[in-house]
Design a binder for this molecule. Structure first.
Ligand code: ATP
Ligand code: MG
Length: 476
């Protein structure tokens, strides 16, 4: 506790009648389908705990309907949680009055949505300055700030354009600029790039990485896209049916997936580009020379190739100033070829024994996820009605708020006449600040212990190794 930017403990969101009675009853243990059949309620977020560190990029992944959007909207109470604790920068969000919540959403937490949510009848500069306008900042100052932020996201020269005159990627840059304009502590992204084509998407990912370097905000980023998650996330939480099944660094998820669901997500990841030497190093054989090149245990496998090419001696892998093991050319080649024994099992066993099954099989569900358009969640479906204008924050926010019967009557009006509603909207959006975080258990083990403890685990106990390694899985 204490230093987390966002802290979530035992958070639940159950949609439906008498939802609060379910928590603590035996029904809470039912899986979502059973619960729905029995009570008509949908448990979208189930006993979720995590922390996000200040300045961290925390990614939430999971199949469609697994509860990601609900979770992120709960963070600023755009969706009212059913139970649990929520803190942002140590402040109890669930205890906040309406006024405090407004201030949280206006000043401290901004949200970027998938469909940009721009106001079509406002110029770019006025879209970006909207959050400031709601705060009561004068025109000259907000224009000055909006222009500065627009140049930060590469849109100088487009201040006077209207959103429809911009490409999708540019519109999302405006969305990003609008979120940044209020100088929030936390940025929440709910699949912001999934409507963009792959090249633009890559640009936008690079943009977020650059912005994060420059402005250092705490970010919670929801995505379906594993490569996006690996690129952006310092830690990644994997959700399934409302629960977080694992939180870890990309290396931990790839090297020690907590269960088959996570393993499916990471199956196609080029392991040599994610895992470090500590996952594949082994004890030297009695006759092996120990005068090869030295590399730190944290060196990514792929990056060790030049050293292996330069010397025919096994690489000596150094951790904490001591020899952690060796990696030969054959070991490296195996890892690059993704032979399972060289990666998962070696890590779990510290020996080059044969692999357990696991590493190849049918289609990764990550792919299924990405193609899961048709499986639109309730939240997205709910967004549709409000979004007449086709683009608008109106839709996004009205859905979230309307779903909860909260006050933002954003009916998706068009034009300046709708500013009042838009204000709600932007406010809601600007507000969407929470984060998704890792419980103590998750956090504690998650770091450097993973590979070490994994080594001690038995090779057959891949699952066990993962849990021990990452200490992350909460329930595994
Ligand atoms: N307002 C609502 N009323 C009832 N059920 C809802 C509501 N919002 C979401 N749900 C349900 O909660 C579950 C989680 O939905 P959520 O939108 O959080 O998933 P998601 O992981 O964001 O999915 P996607 O990747 O498709 O966006 C789903 O079963 C969904 O149908
Ligand atoms: Mg969603």
């Amino acid at each position: 506790m204490g230093t987390a930017a966002i802290e979530v403990r035992g958070l639940w969101k159950i949609f439906g009648p008498k939802a609060d009675r379910i928590i603590g009853s035996p029904d809470a243990d039912l899986d979502p389908a059973q619960l729905r059949a029995k009570t008509g309620c949908t448990a979208a977020v189930r006993d979720v705990s995590f922390e996000v560190r200040p300045g961290e990029v925390f990614v939430v992944m999971g199949l469609s309907g697994s509860g990601k959007s609900t979770l992120v909207r709960c963070l600023t109470r755009l969706i009212e949680p059913t139970a649990g604790e929520l803190r942002i920068d140590g402040q109890d969000v669930r205890a906040m009055s309406a006024k405090q919540l407004r201030e949280l959403r206006r000043h401290r937490v901004s949200m970027v949505f998938q469909h940009f949510g721009l106001l079509p009848h406002r110029k770019v500069v006025d879209n970006v300055g909207y959050g400031l306008e709601i705060q009561g900042v004068g025109k000259a100052e907000r224009h000055e700030k909006a222009r500065r932020i627009l140049s930060l996201v590469g849109l100088e020269g487009h201040e006077e354009s209207y959103p429809e005159q911009l490409s999708g990627g540019m519109q999302q840059r405006v969305g990003l600029a609008r979120a940044l304009a209020v100088d929030p502590e936390v940025l929440l992204f709910d699949e912001p790039f999934s409507a963009l084509d792959p090249l633009i998407r890559r640009d936008m990912q690079a943009e977020v990485i650059r912005l994060h370097r420059e402005v250092g905000k705490t970010m919670v980023f929801i995505t379906h896209d594993l490569s996006e998650a690996l690129k952006l996330g310092e830690r990644i939480a994997i959700m399934r049916a409302g629960k977080i099944v694992q939180v870890g660094t990309p290396e931990e998820l790839v090297g020690a997936p907590a269960d088959d669901y996570v393993a499916d997500f990471v199956r196609d990841v080029p392991k040599a580009q994610v895992l470090s030497l500590r996952w594949i190093c082994r004890s030297p054989e009695p006759d092996e020379p120990l005068d090869g090149p030295e590399l730190p245990a944290g060196t990514v496998i792929h990056d060790a190739i030049p050293a292996a090419m330069a010397s025919d001696r096994p690489i000596r892998v150094i951790a904490d100033g001591e020899l952690a093991g060796v990696v030969s050319r054959v070991d490296l080649l195996r890892a690059v070829r993704q032979e399972p024994e060289s990666v998962v099992v070696a890590a779990a066993d510290d020996k080059d024994e044969p692999a357990d099954a696991e590493s190849s099989g049918d289609e990764p569900s990550a792919e299924a996820v990405q193609g899961s358009e048709d499986e639109k969640s309730g939240a997205e479906a709910a967004e549709a009605p409000g979004a007449e204008a086709g683009k608008a924050s109106e839709g996004e926010v009205s859905a979230a708020e309307a779903a909860e019967g909260s006050d933002g009557e954003a009916s998706g009006a068009e034009g300046e006449a709708s500013d009042a509603e838009a204000a709600q909207t932007t406010e809601g959006e600007a507000s969407g600040a929470e984060a998704v975080e890792a419980s103590e258990g998750e956090k504690s083990g998650a770091e450097d212990k993973a590979p070490e403890s994994a080594k001690k685990a038995k090779k057959s106990a891949r699952k066990g190794a993962a849990v021990a390694a990452a200490g992350v899985s909460g329930e595994a």
